[in-house]
Design a protein around this ligand. Structure first.
Ligand code: SAM
Length: 325
C-alpha cells in the first residue's frame, strides 16, 4: 500500500505539501511518505483516544515513552491491570496503547482481544514474545526523528478532522496542497479489529462525503462486493477503482486483496507497479467485473449512456487481458 500511494502521488504530479490520514491506525502510509521525503507535513487523526495518544506521545514526548518501555514489566499482571483500567491523560493512554498492541493477539485493541499466550500462558508464544524492548525503542526513536514534519495529531471523528484541516488551510496555518489517504475500518471484519468501527450507514456517509470532496484522495478498503456497490452507485467510474494484490508483510505470508478507490486522474496500473516484483499488483477491478457482467448476462449494470459506452471498451480490455495471459 505504501508503494502504491507513493506511486499514485508521483504519477499524478501532485507534489503535495500536506499528507492527511484521517483514519491513522498504525499510520504506516503517512510514515512511509515521510521516510521517502515525498511530503513536507503530515496530519494524523484517529477516533480512538488510545491511538491518537500513542502517536502524539511518540512524536512529541518521545523520551518519556521510551523510558516507560525500558522500565516496563511485561507480564500478564500488567496486561490485566492496563486492560481493566479506565485511564485518562495522554501519557497513560499512549503507554496503554503501545503495551496492549505488543502483547495482545494480533495487536488488536478491542475489549474482546486477549493476551498473547492466553490467561494460562501455556502456549509456545508468551505475553512478552513481541515486546522486544530494544527493537521497540529503536523504532520509536526512528519514527520520532521526523517530528518536525508532523503538523498535528488529533483525536477526532474523520469529518471533524477534515473540516479542521480545511479551516487551517484557509487561515494559512497549514499548506494548501494536500493529499488525503483514507483507510477506514474494514467493511467485513472492522468490528473484530477496531474499537471504533463503522456500520453500513457510516460507510455510506463516507462515500457520500468523498463523492463531493474535491481534494485529491485515495481510499483503501477490504475487497468486498458491498463496497464495490456503494462506490459504483455513488458514480465512481470503473477506471477509478483498482484491486491490489499485496504481498504479506516482509514478503512472507498473509497476502491479501485491497480495493483502492480514488479521484486522482491517473490510477497506478499493473505496469507502473512493476508486476513480477514482490511488491503488489493493481488491476482495475470494476472494469474487469463490469466487462464480465456485460459479456455474461448482457445486462447493463451501470445505466448511463456514458457508462454503456465504457462497457464496449471494457470488453475489449478484457479480451486484451486474456490475450496477454
Ligand atoms: C483500517 S484502520 C487504519 C489502518 C492504518 N492505515 C494502518 O496502516 O495501520 C482504521 C482506523 O480508523 C479508526 N476510526 C474508526 N472510526 C473512526 C472515525 N469515525 N473517525 C476517525 N477514525 C476512526 C480506527 O480507530 C482505526 O484505527
Amino acid at each position: 500500500m505504501t508503494g502504491y500511494v507513493a506511486r499514485a502521488v508521483e504519477q499524478n504530479n501532485l507534489l503535495p505539501e500536506l499528507f492527511v490520514e484521517p483514519f491513522a491506525g498504525g499510520a504506516s502510509v503517512a510514515i512511509a511518505q515521510l521516510y521517502r521525503g515525498l511530503v513536507k507535513k503530515v496530519i494524523l487523526n484517529d477516533r480512538d483516544p488510545l491511538i491518537a495518544a500513542f502517536w502524539s506521545t511518540t512524536f512529541f514526548d518521545t523520551d518519556w515513552l521510551v523510558e516507560q518501555v525500558r522500565n516496563a514489566t511485561v507480564s500478564l499482571e500488567t496486561w490485566n491491570r492496563l486492560k481493566a483500567q479506565n485511564l485518562s491523560g495522554t501519557r497513560a493512554l499512549a503507554f496503554k496503547c503501545l503495551f496492549l498492541n505488543r502483547t495482545s493477539f494480533s495487536g488488536v485493541l478491542t475489549d474482546q482481544a486477549g493476551p498473547i499466550g492466553g490467561q494460562k500462558q501455556i502456549s509456545d508464544y508468551r505475553i512478552d514474545c513481541r515486546f522486544t524492548k530494544e527493537t521497540i525503542i529503536r523504532r520509536l526513536e526512528c519514527v520520532a526523528s521526523y517530528r518536525a514534519r508532523v503538523a498535528a495529531v488529533w483525536n477526532l471523528p474523520w469529518q471533524a478532522a477534515i473540516a479542521r484541516v480545511k479551516r487551517m488551510q484557509k487561515q494559512g496555518t497549514l499548506p494548501c496542497t494536500g493529499v488525503y489517504f483514507l483507510d477506514p475500518p474494514f467493511y467485513r471484519k472492522g468490528r473484530h479489529l477496531y474499537k471504533y468501527h463503522f456500520d453500513h450507514s457510516q460507510h455510506a456517509a463516507l462515500r457520500d462525503y468523498l463523492m463531493q470532496f474535491d481534494e485529491p484522495w485515495i481510499l483503501s478498503y477490504d475487497s468486498c462486493p458491498e463496497i464495490l456497490s456503494l462506490y459504483r452507485e455513488g458514480g465512481m467510474r470503473a477506471s477509478q477503482v483498482n484491486l491490489i494484490y499485496t504481498a504479506g508483510q516482509g514478503g512472507k505470508k498473509g497476502s491479501g486483496k485491497e480495493l483502492i478507490i480514488s479521484n486522482l486522474p491517473r490510477m497506478v496500473s499493473e505496469l507502473q507497479m512493476g508486476v513480477g516484483r514482490k511488491a503488489s499488483k493493481a488491476i482495475p477491478i470494476l472494469e474487469v467485473q463490469a466487462a464480465q457482467e456485460n459479456m455474461d448476462s448482457n445486462a447493463a449494470v451501470l445505466s448511463t449512456r456514458h457508462q454503456r459506452h465504457r462497457f464496449k471498451d471494457l470488453t475489449r480490455l478484457k479480451s486484451r487481458r486474456k490475450m496477454a495471459v
